[in-house]
Write a protein that binds this ligand. Structure first.
Ligand code: GDP
Length: 319
């Protein structure tokens, strides 16, 4: 076990934070660290590759929840209470849909509806998801590069004790209640990484796996990317055996694996150069075989995000 204490000032002075990074991200957890990295790294040094396995069509619209969460977060437009959706949102459209007898289980705010309407129009006009994302990022003044993992459809299907469920059906409609038996990613065999993703990885110093759900946010991206020949650092989304939010710990438990930072490191075992776990899990340090960083990983504020990003970058510099 090699551990780097975050308060090691000498080490900090020796290593540089200027690294070219590709971050792999799902929604809320991933977006927070992506935002931290964006606060530290210049635009040319950060590309965020985002899961699109959660994407679906609803109310005739193409919805890309993780991509929107990452973009809204980087743009400072995200709702700070939920982590998803827009700040200062109103809910007239969904209220009207509900009144008319339409589905209301997937909550979409009025400004958010605008994003989905315009994205759907552009996709129907023949633009790719990455082109639409690039154009939206420009409007939202996001300087760092955000890419969907692929421009081809990949759909996460959750196998449960009630049969197979499309991801949003399981996650939002059924509140993650059915017991999980496994996952598959429809279309992943045919999906190529989005244009620019491979190049970003080839020119990166390291890949950072953000603290996102390993099963349904990161695994689809890894399946699309297939091979990564760069140092990979992952940040645990599980702290003290629990998730900060979402079903990752419940998924581990239902699949017969004790949820913990160790389980996350084991999940990525063939890829990892280094692993970042929370100070609350410091007592587990001796159990890790590879290089680890023990630090505070809970990101409750923009400052927390930037601090964790600096810690991760120094850790990368030390490897
Ligand atoms: P989703 O697609 O919106 O569920 O988002 P992600 O997959 O990106 O993130 C979900 C994971 O992020 C959960 O497992 C959370 O435990 C984790 N997470 C959320 N906030 C934090 C945080 O501040 N620190 C850490 N370490 N993990 C977090």
């Amino acid at each position: 076990m090699t551990s780097l204490k975050t308060k090691d000032k000498n080490h900090r002075q020796q290593s540089t934070v200027h690294r070219r990074i590709v971050a792999l991200a799902g929604g809320v957890g991933g977006a927070k660290l992506a935002h931290g990295l964006a606060q530290i790294l210049p635009p040319e040094d950060l590309t965020v590759i985002v899961n699109t396995g959660d994407d679906f069509e609803h109310l005739g619209l193409y919805i890309s929840p993780d991509l929107d969460t990452v973009c809204y977060t980087l743009a400072g437009l995200a709702n700070p209470e939920t982590g998803w959706g827009r700040v200062n949102e109103t809910w007239n459209t969904i209220a009207n849909i509900e009144k008319l007898g339409g589905p209301n289980w997937f909550r979409l705010g009025d400004q958010d509806f605008g994003t989905h309407l315009e994205r759907t129009r552009r996709l129907k006009d023949g633009q790719s998801l990455s082109q639409v994302t690039k154009d939206f990022c420009k409007v939202w003044d996001i300087k760092h590069t955000v890419l969907p993992m692929s421009d081809s459809p990949v759909r996460t299907i959750v196998d449960t004790d009630e049969g197979e469920l499309a991801f949003q059906e399981y996650f939002v409609h059924r509140h993650c209640e059915p017991r999980v038996k496994g996952f598959r990613f429809d279309g992943v065999e045919f999906a190529e990484p989005a244009i620019g993703a491979r190049e970003a990885i080839d020119s990166a110093d390291a890949i950072v796996i953000c603290p996102s759900n390993p099963w349904v946010s990161i695994d689809p991206i890894l399946r699309v990317l297939k091979k990564i020949d760069k140092p990979v650092i992952a940040v645990s989304p599980i702290i003290g055996g629990k998730t900060v939010k979402g079903p990752a710990a419940k998924m581990y438990a239902e699949l017969g694996i004790e949820p913990s930072a160790l389980a996350v490191a084991e999940h990525y075992r063939n890829l990892l150069t280094g692993f970042v776990l929370d100070s609350k899990d410091g007592q587990l340090s001796d159990k890790f075989k590879g290089k680890i960083l023990v630090t505070d990983t809970l990101m409750n504020s923009n400052t927390d995000r930037a601090r964790l990003a600096v810690d991760v970058l120094h850790f990368i510099g030390s490897l």
